[in-house]
Design a protein around this ligand. Structure first.
Ligand SMILES: [Zn+2]
Length: 172
């Protein structure tokens, strides 16, 4: 008797237009918003994109997150993603990202279009420009801090090696 011969299997007919997707699959984000570091334009890009071109100034934009390790030979890192300077890392030059977290040593310029954090092991000598700065206990900032306020005004703070870093948070 043929077990696998001609057997007719009838699949139930489905009306796919009436199939409702699960709510989580409908609401899962597929895009994210980034700020162009060159012209400030806000762009919506696919979640997993690693680069794009600004629709306003047409510059090529890097979107991936960057980790600075060891004695970095780089002198300029620009991304629309996040930059992390690891605790034992040293970097000299310019860093620009949406969020910059400094746990190592940085000499130069740090621009975080959204947020800069200097952790307890972080040391910065130079200039920081951001909308929001968080400095942990033990963080050392020697130089100038420019905070871009919500009303587009800029608050400038100057710190020295013999001064405690300012505990600045927006709204204070
Ligand atoms: Zn642009």
């Amino acid at each position: 008797m043929p077990l696998f011969g001609k057997q007719h299997v009838r699949l139930p007919m489905m009306n796919w237009s009436q199939v409702i997707p699960r709510p989580e699959s409908r609401n899962a984000p597929t895009t994210r918003d980034i700020d162009c570091p060159y012209c400030g334009e806000t762009l919506r890009v696919p979640l997993r994109a690693i680069n794009t071109r600004c629709t306003s100034c047409h510059k090529h934009l890097r979107l991936e997150d960057v980790v600075i390790r060891g004695d970095s030979p780089l002198t300029r890192v620009t991304t629309c993603g996040m930059i992390l300077v690891e605790p034992c890392a040293r970097f000299s030059g310019a860093l620009q990202g949406a969020e910059v977290v400094i746990a190592g040593r940085v000499m130069g310029t740090v621009i975080g279009t959204r947020h800069v954090e200097v952790t307890a092991t972080g040391k910065v000598a130079g200039t920081i420009a951001t909308r929001e700065l968080v400095a942990d206990d033990g963080a050392l900032i020697d130089g100038e801090i420019n905070i871009l306020n919500a009303d587009s005004s800029i608050t400038t703070l100057t710190t020295g090696a013999d001064h405690a870093p300012p505990k600045y948070r927006p709204g204070e």
